[in-house]
Design a protein around this ligand. Structure first.
Ligand code: CU
Length: 103
């Protein structure tokens, strides 16, 4: 199964869309299947503002570099076990954060 996430960043806010089967999930919660490689596309539309996506996995973080927008990045990661894992934008971790839920 191909699992794709589409993450937009506009005005310091993540907007997340993911489709697992027919179940969509939006905004600050990404629902992904455990044990499957996920390909996340991060579309940073904040001109001149650096953002990234960092997912805290059991074996360490999967993350992109902080890059000023407009920029499009790709992050591939696999969540090994079902559970909840935090994600953040490293420079704005206080507000740009959420949960990856692996099922
Ligand atoms: Cu950010």
């Amino acid at each position: 199964m191909k699992v794709e996430l589409f993450v937009k960043v506009i005005a310091f806010v993540y907007s997340v869309e993911v489709a697992v089967g027919t179940v969509p999930s939006r905004v600050y919660r990404m629902v992904v299947p455990a044990g499957e490689e996920v390909t996340a596309t991060i579309d940073n539309r904040d001109s001149g503002i650096g953002h990234n996506l960092s997912v805290a996995l059991p074996g360490g973080e999967a993350k992109t570099d902080v890059e000023p927008g407009p920029a499009e990045q790709t992050l591939r990661f696999t969540v090994p076990e079902p559970g909840e894992y935090d994600f953040v934008c490293d420079p704005h971790a206080a507000t740009m954060k959420g949960v990856v839920e692996a099922v």
